[in-house]
Ligand binder design. Structure first.
Ligand SMILES: Nc1nc2c(c(=O)[nH]1)N[C@H]1C(S)=C(S)[C@@H](COP(=O)(O)OP(=O)(O)OC[C@H]3O[C@@H](n4cnc5c(=O)[nH]c(N)nc54)[C@H](O)[C@@H]3O)O[C@H]1N2
Ligand SMILES: Nc1nc2c(c(=O)[nH]1)N[C@H]1C(S)=C(S)[C@@H](COP(=O)(O)OP(=O)(O)OC[C@H]3O[C@@H](n4cnc5c(=O)[nH]c(N)nc54)[C@H](O)[C@@H]3O)O[C@H]1N2
Ligand SMILES: [Mo]
Length: 818
């Protein structure tokens, strides 16, 4: 049956209940441009979603060489046909009239249009001069979690191989550096142990600092459908905001921001005190348990309750749920990753799964989530401060293997220290040793912390900035050369989601004007630079997406992320394949570590790990002594308070994050009318008691300030934890308009600090101190924040967020075999 739905008002759609162990039913969601019927579509082109990390299978509807809509892929293992609001509406940005269609270069201070030869020759001239005068370390690349695998691998070969610079990282540093680090610390290597199908088997699902309902709405729909079934799982939510996840939680713990390690130690204290521990599993498969026992002894529930500001009995209830179930799925995301003890906290979630023996079996899995659609590939391909194929920079044999593969001298690949992390790259640029920064598919002038500083760095004369983007962003406006890129739907490539599912995304339409695929831009640069391998052959040798993919397969061979069994042909028509996929596993691998054997053997592991408190790398000798047989590693950590604590001047804890309807700096979602209308302008969330004390009412214009800067916004009085303010970080300046707010700063990152987790180097967006002051009373209009999400108002008389006629989508529930 086909039904129509307003996907803004009702973002999760109709329930299709199912029971534990059953197959999640199919529901196909479709949205087509006004006036286009399915029969009028010329072609449906296979792809997957790119405005989050879930990897929902999508078919792109094409008519007259234009994208006219999307439909969820019923056969896809990830979404079984469903799509979220950003998937349903976001594609409209592709044909926005303000796309970049020509390269730009700076002349007399202004960016002016030019041709590709002029722009690329300028980049090449700069690169050659810097290489001659200063050497490879003068050049840095800051890329993304939103390009395709083939593009990252190519960029990795160019940076680490052809140029030989250590300065290559992604915005994945801001996003999933902690996911990768936590997996390396516990299991020796990146790679998600669990699978989305674990949701189908779970009895308890715990979400740690993860607003899945808004950030992976289709995965949340899977949980909602289990909750609507006959044997619903219990939900544990750890989040200071009343997220839609919290609405459905059996236990909702709302800790003070920045206290995650104390909370985790409290949970582990209870699990160990009650001996809800799988001692056989630990004896056979793990090291480090005794240290954990000793460390969490100091975290009885009453003490933890005081630190975190939660109820001790609620903490006990949560621990009992986690400790007594035989089917536990945990997810972790930015509430943990963007905090000061990020890796330490995320590792404690792994520890729960290790001590409970809850890994590698149906309904026993941990998902250290990704955020961006292709972040996993940035990591695999070594475009993120790692070496390609999850190779260990500190293992000479691994580096030699890479040199052989690329046919280069081993010394050409920098491995004197870990690849430079993004925050350090910006510091080098600030200090003047990094002289050229090539930024692709990221908008740091809105997304990095402490924006006043970032703008100053990017505006320096001595720094040559190249920006490769789809639109003239806040960052592109500061560039010396702007390269117009083709994007999703306009180029072919593969990418991998959270649960290791590889999808193919085929080219559906031609890019606008002279815009070119990122792969072609990188290859063009390599040819113009005349990069060669040891035998004088062009480096990289490949010429298009498929040949790049075939080259990547060789790089992945024998590594944990083995792609050798995957081809474009095998991905076409299908539903996505989970790596590793090789002759041993021709159909891919649902769960890692089913046999209790980890990727942590000293000669095989991606990393020897780090000290969680200081970030000091563990040396090979020490690692061998700790873990000679490649077991899972239980690492304990003490709680340390965040550096910036609320005080008399700045009495609130400030957190930043997302809303359902926007993606990051909104370059795409603000150009999709339905999404933009649902959340048109920045706001700040404040608890009712705090609002009353400060004399602030719903919709009042307020000023939120931190030691770094100020933001002007309308206040949303919500059920957020008292003492905490929340600002969405989506709103930059390019479409600011003329209202009162736009006259001032409105980007959340005006407020955040330059600081990072010592182990993962992920910047901290979720602990800061701030104050709030009313500027003027509102005129009775509520804050421009959605009512359907964590930003729901306490005043229930406020008009609910709905879509207009163009927000109607269809859904078709298919009654299949269970
Ligand atoms: N709609 C939408 N979806 C997206 C994106 C988007 O921009 N918009 N971006 C994608 C990307 S790249 C990412 S990384 C993911 C991020 O997805 P999420 O991590 O789910 O999103 P956030 O809103 O950044 O943060 C999640 C929650 O952390 C909570 N939090 C803050 N401080 C703390 C703390 O100290 N402890 C705990 N336990 N929780 C805390 C916040 O209240 C918030 O609800 O979303 C992906 N999906
Ligand atoms: N305060 C605060 N700050 C945060 C966060 C937070 O929670 N709070 N979250 C952090 C996180 S997790 C993330 S992931 C970052 C995201 O931060 P950014 O990466 O800066 O955000 P996006 O808006 O996704 O920027 C991606 C850019 O790539 C362009 N683009 C899209 N597709 C293509 C393509 O195919 N090719 C090219 N060349 N360009 C393309 C888009 O137009 C856009 O300008 O923000 C981080 N910053
Ligand atoms: Mo992210």
């Amino acid at each position: 049956m086909v039904v129509s739905r307003d996907a803004i008002a009702n973002p999760w759609g109709t329930r299709t209940p199912y029971r534990r162990g059953e197959r999640w039913p199919v529901r196909v969601d479709t949205h087509l441009a006004a006036g286009v019927s399915p029969q009028q579509v010329d072609a449906w082109v296979q792809s997957a979603s790119i405005l989050h990390s879930n990897g929902d299978g999508i078919d792109i509807a094409v008519k007259d060489d234009r994208i006219v809509g999307v439909r969820g892929r019923a056969v896809d293992r990830v979404n079984h046909g469903r799509l979220g609001p950003k998937d349903l509406f976001g594609w409209q940005a592709n044909s926005s009239p303000d796309r970049l269609t020509q390269p730009l270069v700076r002349r007399n201070g202004e960016l002016v249009e030019t041709d590709w030869d002029t722009a690329m020759n300028e980049v090449v001239a700069q690169s050659k001069t810097l290489l001659n005068e200063q050497g490879p370390s003068a050049i840095g690349f800051y890329t993304s979690g939103q390009l395709f695998l083939e593009e990252y691998y190519t960029l990795g070969v160019i940076a680490h191989g052809a140029i030989g610079t250590n300065h290559l990282d992604g915005n994945t540093r801001l996003c999933t550096a902690t996911a990768a680090q936590a997996l390396k610390e516990s299991f020796g290597c990146d790679g998600q142990p669990g699978s989305y199908t674990d949701i189908d088997h779970a009895e308890v699902i715990a979400l740690f600092g993860h607003n899945m309902a808004e950030t992976q709405p289709v995965l949340w729909t899977r949980i909602l459908d289990r909750l609507a079934g006959q044997d619903p799982p219990a939900i544990v939510c750890v989040d200071p905001r009343p997220t839609p996840v919290a609405w459905h939680a059996t236990v909702h713990l709302a800790p003070l921001p920045g206290t995650n390690v104390a909370l985790m130690n409290g949970l582990l204290h209870e699990i160990i005190a009650h001996d809800w521990v799988d001692h056989d599993y630990i004896d056979a498969h793990a090291v480090g348990f005794d240290e954990l026992v000793a460390r969490v002894r100091g975290y009885p529930p009453e003490r933890v309750a005081r630190i975190c500001g939660v109820d001790a009995d609620e903490l006990r209830r949560a621990a009992a749920l986690l400790g007594t179930t035989q089917r536990l799925v945990s997810t972790v995301l930015q509430g943990f990753y963007q905090s000061h003890q990020a890796t330490a906290a995320a590792v404690q979630v792994n520890n729960i799964h290790i001590v409970r023996g809850m890994l590698g079996k149906p309904g026993g899995g941990v998902l250290q989530m990704n955020g961006q659609p292709t972040a996993q590939n940035t990591r695999e391909c070594g475009a993120d401060g790692d070496l390609a194929g999850f190779r260990n920079w500190a293992n000479d044999t691994h580096v030699a293997g890479l040199a052989a593969l690329w046919n280069l001298d081993v010394d050409q690949i920098p491995h004197y220290g870990p690849p430079t992390h993004a925050m350090q790259m910006f510091r080098y640029a600030e200090q003047g040793s990094l002289r050229m920064l090539w930024i692709s598919a990221t908008n740091p002038a809105v997304s990095l912390p402490e924006l006043a500083r970032i703008r100053a760095i990017l505006s320096q004369d001595r720094l040559f900035v190249v920006v490769q983007d789809v639109f003239l962003t806040e960052t592109a406006a500061l560039a010396d050369v702007v390269l117009p890129a083709a994007t999703w739907g306009e180029k072919t490539g593969t990418f991998t989601n959270v649960d290791r599912t590889v999808h193919l995304s085929d080219k559906a339409v031609r890019p606008p004007g002279q815009a070119r695929a990122d792969l072609d831009i990188f290859l063009d640069f390599a040819r113009r630079m005349d990069f060669r391998d040891r035998d004088g052959k062009p480096l990289p040798p490949w010429t298009d997406a498929e040949s790049a993919f075939e080259a990547w397969k060789k790089c992945s061979a024998g590594r944990p992320c083995d792609y050798t069994g995957i081809t474009y042909a095998k991905l076409r028509g299908g539903s996505g394949i989970q790596w590793p996929c090789s002759t041993d596993h021709p159909d891919g691998t649902e769960r890692l570590y089913a046999d209790g054997r980890f990727c942590s053997a000293p000669d095989y592991c991606e990393s020897y790990g780090k000290d969680l408190l200081t970030g000091t790398p563990v040396g090979p000798t020490e690692y061998r002594a700790l873990n000679p047989f490649g077991k899972a590693i239980i690492k304990a950590a003490d709680y340390r308070p965040a550096h910036e604590q609320p005080d008399a001047d700045y009495p609130f804890a400030l957190i930043t994050g997302r809303t359902l309807y926007h993606f990051h700096t909104r370059t795409k979602t603000a150009r999709a009318p339905q999404l933009q209308a649902a959340a048109p302008q920045v706001w700040v969330e404040i608890a009712a008691t705090d609002a009353e004390q400060a004399g602030i009412g719903e919709g009042d214009l307020v000023d939120v300030s931190s030691p770094r800067g100020a933001v002007r916004a309308q206040a949303r009085v919500s059920a957020i934890r008292p003492g905490v303010l929340f600002v969405p970080f989506h709103y930059g300046y390019w479409d600011a308009g003329n209202d009162e707010i736009a006259q001032h700063d409105r980007a959340g990152n005006e407020l955040t600090a330059t600081e990072w987790d010592p182990a993962s180097k992920q910047p901290i967006f979720k602990t800061a101190a701030a104050r709030i002051r009313r500027i003027t009373a509102g005129d009775g209009t509520p804050a421009p924040a959605p009512t359907t999400t964590a930003s729901a108002p306490v005043d229930t008389t406020i008009e609910p967020t709905v879509g207009d006629a163009t927000a109607r989508t269809t859904e078709e529930v298919q009654q299949g075999p269970r």
